[in-house]
Write a protein of this length. Structure first.
Lengths: 269, 217
């Protein structure tokens, strides 16, 4: 029964370049819950690949994504990104210095933006450059201005997040994530807190980013985006990968009943 | 009755009242920082130490602490000046109140802020100083100012151990004066001259800061 999905994922791995991001047997168990939130997921993502992770609420997709930069420490598993490997075992977790190395390679965009409300758009983008990378202030400012321009917000540099629309805030958050020159950017439902029109601004910035060759892993409910922009769609349920493959295969010709059921509920909207 | 004729004497006391209030408040605000660190620590022993500090200090009347320090410490071979005892005791006792204010301020900062800082590779210190503290400050400020007023009023306790503050001065002339009412009314007005404006300031801060997100604009 698991035959088709294995074949597909093998195909896919062959198509992508070497495993740039690799997660091995990631498991997350929350105390007091009898089913694991993430139940032994193994996934490889090639450099420049765009992966969309879809699935019902509570399927563990956000939890898995957060394991990749260790915002959620896995109960066990290995995460490797561009040569940095982080190993978790029950009761044995990596040191902060190791995590800092991993996190330097990973940018993250959150559902609720999580911009720093007391700082201007520009300062939001310069903060980590100055305090995590040690870039000097002038260079950080230049870089931030350039990034704001690429997300179409050059005129918002000195505005506080509260003075910007939700779509603008999320674009600032993307610029903030890019300021550290990450090797991969994780998106955790980046448009779920936005109305469709504002969501579209954000998706267009993400499209450009994908075109520029950025490696992206996107947890999303935006099926059109997944279909048009992703190289691979992964369907998750109950903490495991049910099915994955090229967008057209998964979204239009799903093999598994669970996937079909989920898609029939969301695709018609 | 002429309220104003007693003011020169009371003004003498005002120096002590203000000195006790301000120095004790500075001690309280500073000391509360590391104790809050203990109070919210992930290490159980440290957290227990922080919680004990707060519970023990809050659980005894400030006047009792004052007597304990001023009369108790010399008995243990540690002589202490009245002014020093007053300032230290009020400073330490008020730090225990402020720990809870600081803790509430930290808790009011959404988790997403810490996550964003971590995801950007910011270390713990930078995260606290640049991200968490400035946001917590907005929650902390109004109740902290309210405690400043409470401290101004509690500073009168030092009159019981011989510090010649406003209340002590009022007592010394009011006891033997035919106009004791005027003396104590004057003393009360002197406290109000400080507590009312500070209270107004606190309310303004509160109103401005309570607008949440809008206040950041």
């Amino acid at each position: 029964m698991s035959q088709p999905e294995n074949m597909r994922s093998d195909d896919q791995m062959g198509a992508a370049s070497s495993a740039f991001v690799h997660a091995e047997d990631i498991r997350v168990e929350f105390p007091g819950s009898n089913a694991p939130a993430v139940d032994g997921i193994t996934m490889s993502v090639g450099q420049g690949e765009v992966v969309a992770i879809i699935g019902p609420s509570g399927s563990g997709k956000s939890t898995f994504l957060r394991c990749l930069n260790h915002l959620q420490p896995p109960t066990s598993g290995v995460v490797s990104i561009d040569g940095v490997s982080i190993v978790d075992r029950p009761g044995q977790h990596p040191k902060a210095s190791e995590l800092a190395l991993l996190r330097r390679k990973v940018g993250m965009v959150f559902q609720n933006f999580n911009l720093f409300p007391h700082l201007s758009a520009l300062q939001n983008i310069t903060l980590a450059q100055v305090h995590a990378l040690g870039v000097d202030k002038k260079m950080a400012n230049d870089r931030a201005a350039e990034l704001l321009a690429t997300v179409g917000l050059a005129d918002r540099a000195n505005h506080r997040p509260a003075q910007c629309s939700g779509g603008q805030q999320q674009r600032i958050a993307i610029a903030r994530a890019l300021a550290l020159d990450p090797k991969v950017v994780l998106f955790d439902e980046p448009t779920s807190a936005l109305d469709p029109e504002l969501g579209a601004e954000v998706l267009s910035v993400m499209r450009n980013l994908a075109t520029s060759g950025m490696t992206m892993i996107v947890v999303t409910h935006e099926m059109r985006f997944a279909e048009q922009v992703a190289d691979r769609v992964v369907f998750m349920d109950k903490g495991a990968i049910v099915e994955q493959g090229a967008p057209a295969e998964v979204l239009r010709a799903a093999q598994h009943e669970r996937t079909q059921k989920f898609l029939s509920a969301v695709m018609d909207r | 009755m002429n309220v104003f004729q007693y003011w020169p004497v009371l003004a003498e006391g005002l120096k002590y009242t203000l000195a006790v209030t301000l120095v004790a408040f500075v001690i309280a605000t500073v000391l509360a920082v590391p104790v809050t660190g203990l109070r919210v620590s992930r290490v159980r022993v440290l957290r227990f130490a922080g919680t004990s500090f707060v519970e023990v200090l809050r659980g005894v009347p400030p006047l009792t602490w004052l007597f304990l320090a001023y009369f108790g410490l010399p008995a243990a071979g540690w002589s202490i000046e009245p002014l020093t005892a007053g300032i230290l005791v009020l400073g330490v006792v008020y730090s225990s109140y402020l720990v809870e204010v600081y803790r509430a301020g930290l808790r009011a900062v959404p988790d997403g802020q810490r996550e964003a800082a971590h995801s950007l590779g910011l270390g713990r210190r930078v995260t606290y100083v640049r991200v968490i503290a400035p946001q917590a400050l907005r929650t902390i400020l109004p109740p902290a100012v309210a405690y400043l007023i409470a401290l101004l009023k509690d500073s009168a306790l030092v009159s019981t151990i011989g510090v010649l503050d406003v209340t002590a001065q009022a007592l010394s002339i009011g006891q033997s004066s035919p106009n004791s009412l005027a003396v104590f009314v004057s003393a009360a007005l002197l406290y109000l001259a400080f507590s009312v404006p500070i209270g107004a300031l606190a309310r303004q801060l509160d109103v401005r800061l309570r607008h949440g997100q809008k206040a950041w604009a």
